[in-house]
Ligand binder design. Structure first.
Ligand SMILES: [Zn+2]
Length: 248
């Protein structure tokens, strides 16, 4: 474990024990680009430490354009391709889209079933997603409904749905097994209890973000804003999370 995985926020530390026995991490984001913004640096560090990482994108991103004449089918294809290109920069092994319509997500039984299936299939010890409790932040930020719906459904999938065989028993009959996720990391949180120094992999995060051409057409502006957003007062780059140790 490199020293850059030592968390500093509020005195809580990301210890070596966090990765003991961890082989797989899963990022679950509402849209292409969210996971790279929220956790790209930390994910790159985990991949460097030998974890296999899978990224699940819940929606198809079809509304991610300011142009009313956008070819949405093409946009969906492009955004998935952008996410796959970004994944390569971070060491993420696989990207899957659940293809729910962008902007219309509900934390309902259909979404829950799809997420439980992904968790039971891949069996991640660590899951990263949006903090659903963040409706607004600061004095000028509203968190997208799809982000909140995703975060809420992921939490329900992690506990108790993926754990209990009587939830979605068809999946068990199909040969999947119940699964306990050990640790949940929530980004976009107003209740951070840990941060991760991502300075060593910050250029990788930038390259991942730059892969999302459709969302960030002005590369220079993206690089400049990113440096401001993730740089701490000491000059280091950090990502913040609310971390939940579920079975400690
Ligand atoms: Zn988003």
């Amino acid at each position: 474990m490199p020293s850059n995985l030592i968390g500093l926020y509020d005195g809580l530390k990301l210890s070596t024990a966090d990765l003991d026995g961890s082989n797989r991490g899963m990022v679950i984001s509402a849209h292409p680009d969210d996971g790279d913004l929220g956790a790209g640096g930390t994910v790159a560090l985990l991949a460097q430490n030998g974890l296999s990482i899978r990224h699940i994108v819940v929606t198809d991103g079809r509304k991610g354009s300011p142009d009313p004449d956008t070819d949405q089918k093409l946009l969906v294809q492009n955004r998935l391709a952008e996410q796959k290109a970004a994944a390569k920069h971070l060491g993420v092994e696989s990207v899957r889209s659940l293809s729910f319509p962008d902007g219309e997500l509900k934390a309902d039984r259909t979404l829950l079933e799809a997420l439980v299936r992904e968790i039971r299939e891949f069996k991640p010890e660590i899951v990263f997603t949006h903090d659903p409790e963040s409706v607004t932040s600061g004095s000028g930020w509203i968190h997208h409904n799809d982000h909140r719906a995703t975060g809420s459904a992921v939490i329900d999938a992690v506990y108790p749905a993926a754990r209990d065989p009587l939830n979605f028993p068809d999946q068990i009959r199909d040969g999947l097994e119940v699964h306990n996720v050990q640790t949940l990391y929530l980004w976009d949180t107003n209740k951070a209890n840990i941060n991760v120094d991502i300075s060593e992999v910050f250029e990788q995060k930038l390259l991942a973000l730059l892969s999302h051409h459709s969302q960030f057409p002005n590369s220079a502006r993206l690089v400049n804003n990113s440096r401001i957003q993730w740089q701490d007062v000491d000059g280091r780059y950090r990502e913040e999370f609310r971390k939940l140790d579920l079975w400690a």
